[in-house]
Structure formats: structure tokens, C-alpha cells
Design a binder for this molecule. Sequence first.
Ligand SMILES: [Zn+2]
Length: 112
Amino acid sequence: MNKTKLISAEVTKQRYCNICGADWDDGDIKEAFVKQGNSEDEAEKIARAYYGWTKEIPTRFSRLVGIEDSTIYDGISYWQCPDCCATWDRWHGYKFLGQYKNFKDIPKTSRY
Ligand SMILES: [Zn+2]
């Protein structure tokens, strides 16, 4: 594997996992609310209010998993591929850390 592919510029802006190739796209946000039984208007209202969805910029859900470690930060510190468990460190340029099925195995990094 090409080593440069292991380091992402910003993993949260990618659609595909650069380790296993999984598609992280989880569909149009407004459509998700329509599928839940809301009318088109109601779904659009929810998507606009909570997810910044617009007709011009129809934001989409991602399957990428955000992992919080409250000993580091009150928010996401790691991002992980739901399919291959590839894990990236938010605090160090989205550095690829490895593949970890268990949270406790992720090497602890610091925010600073
Ligand atoms: Zn993957």
C-alpha cells in the first residue's frame, strides 16, 4: 500500500475510505426525514434547521464514526471507518493511527 494514502488531508471531507474503499455516503439528509414519514415540507424544515440543508447545498449524512474520549476533549477526538475500523486522529492533522475494533486499543493522543 502506498504510504501517502494512509494520511488524509481531512478525513471528514472524504466520501470513500482510503484504506478499504468503503463508501461513507449515507444519503441526502432531507430524504432521510421523508423516509421517516415526514412530509416533503416538514422534512425540509428539519433538514434546514438542524443540518444546514438547502436545495443548493443538499447536505448528506456520513457513515464515518466520530469517537469521543472524554479524558482528552468533550467532543470527537478520533474518526473511524465503520467497515474496516481505520482510525484517524483529529488533533494531529487527521493522522492515520491504525485499525482498531476496540476503543480501548486506540493509542491515546493528546489534544496538544
Ligand atoms: Zn475503511
